[in-house]
Design a protein around this ligand. Structure first.
Ligand code: HEC
Length: 295
């Protein structure tokens, strides 16, 4: 009795604590994030939780079985016990069963009649684990066919893509509607906010660097770090060049790709490059721009 008690205690501490922890974590995460997790994430969380619970239940069952065995074993006659000990345990039996291949000693019985230029063939079956995988894949294919093509309960790739695009578009318009432009496009202020400059830098390096070099030193496009500008070097000039581009040059209009806030961030970043003097920069190009005191 004492033994059973200690086993049960051991079991409860091992297997009950874990699911409780797992069940409470998503709840805690959810309360923290009041904006809510997306349905897809929730679905995967539930699936993972179910798998974890299933595994725990299996472990518990195995433990209970061994407990039962221990109880039965206690009342067995010594001969029976000796017999049981001789038998291989279920694990090695199952292992052998799932890997069953006819051994090489039986090769003579397996060899097939035909002979291709001295190459003979053995009629050995595939191991059961392989066949089980094969049957499982057949079952999976049937379920897949029913779900995606017969009942159409889940969207196919293309539909999924369209749904996601629609969601992204909706999110984009929503975001754009909430953008407040608090500056006059004819007098764009330099934004020295570190976050804004970092945002501008990121965009510049990703989108503009290929022509102006990541450090702004110039490549196919002119050097943006000196005091010479083709289209003016004031914040407003730079903003407008980026927004409208330079017609019939490689410098396209970025208006459709950048919202005004980001445009201001990128222009501010370009402005902040002044005097950085990166190595290998292109020579001055255009007219000397002298900073006006009001900017
Ligand atoms: C495909 C190449 C290319 C890309 C990408 C590009 N530019 Fe340009 N950019 C140019 C060229 C070429 C010019 C010169 C146009 C001209 O002949 O006046 C230019 C000119 C400019 C000017 C005016 C320079 C001056 O001297 O007045 C600014 C500012 C500028 N680009 C900023 C940017 C920013 C910011 C980005 C990224 C959002 C960007 N460019 C992306 C090629 C590019």
């Amino acid at each position: 009795m004492e033994k059973i008690k200690s086993i049960l205690k051991n079991l409860s501490s091992k297997y009950l604590l874990l699911p409780m922890m797992l069940l409470t974590t998503p709840l805690a995460a959810q309360t923290e994030n009041s904006s809510g997790i997306s349905p897809t994430t929730a679905f995967y969380v539930v699936v993972v939780l179910l798998i974890v619970v299933a595994i725990l239940v299996m472990l518990l069952a195995v433990n209970l079985l061994s407990l039962l065995k221990a109880v039965v074993y206690k009342d067995m006659s010594p001969e029976k016990k000796a017999n049981m000990e001789k038998e291989p345990n279920w694990l090695s039996k199952t292992w052998a069963k799932w890997n069953a291949l006819r051994p090489m000693e039986e090769e003579q019985d397996l060899v097939l009649e035909h002979d291709y230029d001295g190459i003979k063939e053995l009629d050995n079956h595939l191991p059961p684990w392989w066949k089980a995988l094969f049957y499982l894949s057949v079952v999976y294919a049937v379920i897949y066919l029913l779900v995606f093509h017969v009942f159409k309960t889940s969207p196919l790739q293309e539909e999924e893509y369209e749904i996601e695009m629609a969601m992204a578009m909706a999110a984009k318009t929503e975001k754009e509607e909430t953008i407040v432009i608090d500056f006059d496009e004819n007098n764009v202020p330099f934004n020295d906010n570190a976050e804004a400059l970092a945002d501008g830098k990121k965009f510049f390096e990703a989108q503009c660097g290929m022509c102006h070099k990541a450090d702004g030193g110039g490549l196919a496009g002119p050097n943006l770090t000196d005091d010479y500008w083709r289209h003016g070097g004031s914040m407003t000039d730079i903003y407008k060049t980026i927004k409208n581009g330079v017609p019939s040059t490689a410098m396209i209009a970025w208006e459709s790709k950048l919202n005004p806030i980001r445009l201001q961030n990128v222009a501010s970043y370009v402005k902040s490059l002044r005097g950085t003097n990166p190595p290998g920069a292109l020579p001055p190009d255009g007219e000397l721009y002298v900073e006006e005191s009001k900017q």
